[in-house]
Design a protein around this ligand. Sequence first.
Ligand SMILES: [Cu+2]
Length: 394
Amino acid sequence: MGFKNFINSKKLAALTAVMMLGGTNLLMAQTAASSEITDEQKSQALTNAGYYVLLFLLICLVVAIVGRILKVYELTNNLQGKKAGTNYNKVMGTLFLIFLAFGLVGAYWSFTVQGSMTLPEAASKHGVQIDHMFTTTTVFTMFVFFVTQILLFGFAFLYKSTAKRKAHFLPHNNTIEKVWTIVPAVVLTVLVVFGFTTWRSVMNSAEVKGDINIDITGHQFAWELRYPGKDGKLGTKNYTLVTGLNNLGIDYKDKNSFDDLKADTLVIPVNKSIRLNILAQDVIHSVYMPYFRVQLNAVPGLPTFFKFVPTVTTAQMREKLNDQTFEYKVYCAKICGGGHYNMQKIIRVVSDAEYQQWLTTLKPYLSDPLKKELKLADAGQQNSEVKNRLALNN
Ligand SMILES: [Cu+2]
């Protein structure tokens, strides 16, 4: 056998495929078993891998035997001068039609069943824009999907090869080349520009006066909230100042820090611009507020922010959903560790008056034990040097 024939050999290709499949199975079995310790489990995993390799070989054998039987049947028919029994073009054409029908029913099922699992009604200003963009893109792409699938499978059935029909060889056609280049290019440009302008209007959000600044800090496994005090400003933070009591590492050399407030619930006034400063202390987390169409990673060492305007209060949404127990929530959308599922906090959207009232109930972040730790027990000592507690704790 020449080298070229050797490379092209179907048997060799089949053998390589089997070896690769077997190898992958073994590797997967070993990876899965690596966390297990006992030899019994390891041998069990190997037995499972061997079982799947054998099953694969068996299926290959059955397919090959069926193929041979059909071939023998055809040859016998030919020898007896009978016309070819099965018209495989007809079989394939019909299979294409069946596949199209199943595909369309499947697509319909997916729209009706999974469609009801999509995000709920947007409760923020920019959320409506994002939903609009999503709907437009879906309509465009679904139209193309249905038309192309029906044409592809329908044509394969309608124009299957027959004894009378001869295939037309079309080496080149400028008109159709132009159509299938220009039409998708124009449609995609419209979609991309639409997406780009929407994205810019959402993310082009410099800080302006009147924004309500709130810090949300993620750590394994909770969100910490910090509101500014009467001055409306949040004090600076420094990770080297993190201690058990000062778990956000707030820098009390900054006077803005003194009236900062601690909160357990993210209460926000309706129709006001909220600026969420997003931070992380250990691994990457992700602020996820589906009703407000907000999702942004919280990356250690890389403070980011997201601005949004809530438009539907919790009470209004309860009415809409006819569910008096409904609460908006902020989740973590990154699998950040074993307790990841714990990272949720209630968001309550209220009227401005209710918000102001709620602010008065908040306790300052600078608790009495923290004052003691920072040696700030006496109000007159506010300017005293704050030592690096982290260094002292080591
Ligand atoms: Cu997380």
